[in-house]
Design a protein around this ligand. Structure first.
Ligand code: NAD
Length: 372
């Protein structure tokens, strides 16, 4: 069935523009070959927007993001803007997008492609076939809690304060995202907290359990709880024991980076950030690679575009229910890696080193073959 999809693409700075150019080739391919119309708009975010408009995100661009079916973002930032005012720094645009779109659930898959099994610092048998999903709460917790700040004490010392705070619905809604994902996967969710030492952790555990016990659609989910420090250990000891992990903003920050490194390079890691579904069940969503703008290699056709291309595959799967098309993209990436194509960041002896555009070429050829 023909489908019309409105995408806003924000390539951003540095390698963001290079990798998103390869994503455009994949959106074109899917559009042409799978009967989907992508209505694509591009705009500026980050340093390039500061240069053009004096702000890292204009109101017009924000409005386009709110109206789009999904946003695909490259990366923002770079040394050129290191000294701009804190309020207009490139990251401020990104933070506004996340905040105004209400993107409270951050999805970070950690998947190990067979061809890259030797790139991990863990033994191959521990990560071969690895496929876990970490769901991190993104808009609450200690990064946003009040009171916060640094104060002077009467005795001449200083005190730094941040507040870990969660309310019932903030926990329940992100747990539901994890449960929904698990229903499409192996059906197992591990909720991570520090209920042994933190009241906010006790609440987290109770609310996760509440959703499990009271919402009938999740009856088949196998929910377990784990202390977040143990989860960090288990991720490097026996990562394949996990299916979906759900956790708060702080623990999720750490656990998702730990899981990411199980699988090799930053250039391979996609992510999704989702908001609450509206009345018609559609959620605001932004998809972006985990990596930054990589100023050290920007403009040299060296960047690995796979993280961004896999982020587009996540958009197809999670925003548009196009799982078969997402599978096609993921399979084509798997195939080009198996054929030996590598950008510099994942280069291994005996492999065929290629460029950003070369990797894009190989993925398009692989898509053609799969469709073939
Ligand atoms: P980075 O992710 O940009 O780069 C870290 C290292 O990984 C670099 O050596 C880089 O060359 C390499 N790398 C990253 N992505 C790669 C890819 N696709 N292919 C090949 N190699 C890749 O992190 P950084 O150096 O700490 O930050 C650089 C800039 O990016 C800073 O301005 C930072 O604020 C910004 N940043 C933005 C985001 C974002 O937009 N979401 C995230 C992180 C950092």
């Amino acid at each position: 069935m023909a489908q019309d999809i409105n995408l806003l693409i924000l390539p951003g700075d540095g390698i963001g523009t290079e990798v998103m150019a390869q994503v455009r080739r994949v959106t074109d391919w899917i559009g042409t070959n799978q009967g989907i119309t992508f209505n694509i708009e591009e705009d500026l975010v980050g340093g390039c927007s500061i240069d053009a408009h004096g702000t890292s995100l204009t109101d017009e661009c924000m409005a386009k993001a709110m109206a789009a079916d999904a946003v695909l973002l490259g990366a923002v930032g770079g040394p050129k803007w290191d000294k701009v005012d804190f309020d207009i720094r490139p990251e401020a645009g990104l933070l506004r997008l996340r905040k105004d779109m209400g993107l409270f659930a951050n999805l970070r898959p950690a998947i190990c492609f067979d061809a890259l099994v030797d790139a991990s610092s863990l033994k191959p048998d521990l990560i071969s076939g690895l496929d876990i999903m970490i769901v991190r709460e993104l808009t609450g917790g200690v990064y946003f809690g009040e009171p916060r700040g640094i104060t002077d004490l009467p005795d001449g010392q200083r005190r730094g304060v941040n507040t870990q705070v969660y309310d019932t619905e903030e926990i329940r809604r992100v747990v539901r995202v994890a449960f929904d994902l698990a229903l499409q996967r192996d059906g197992r969710v591990t909720s991570c907290d520090k209920a042994n030492v933190m009241e906010s952790g006790i609440l987290w555990r109770e609310e996760a359990t509440w959703v499990h016990e009271n919402e009938a659609q999740y009856a088949d989910i196998e929910l377990s709880h784990m202390y977040a420090d143990n989860a960090a250990m288990q991720l490097v000891r026996q990562p394949k024991q996990f299916d979906v992990i759900v956790t708060d903003n702080l623990f999720g920050d750490i656990l998702s980076d730990t899981a990411a490194m199980l699988t090799g390079s930053l250039g391979m890691l996609p992510s999704a950030s989702l908001g609450a579904p509206d009345e018609s069940g559609v959620a605001k969503a932004m998809y972006e690679p985990v990596h930054g703008s990589a100023p050290d290699i920007a403009g040299q056709n060296l960047a690995n575009p796979i993280a961004s291309i896999l982020s587009f595959a996540m958009a197809l799967r999670y925003s548009f229910n196009l799982g078969a098309e997402a599978d096609l993209i993921e399979k084509s990436v798997e195939n080009v890696l198996a054929e030996g194509y590598r950008t510099g960041d994942i280069m291994q002896p005996g492999m065929n080193q290629t460029t950003t555009t070369g990797m894009g070429d190989a993925i398009i050829v692989a898509l053609d073959k799969l469709a073939g």
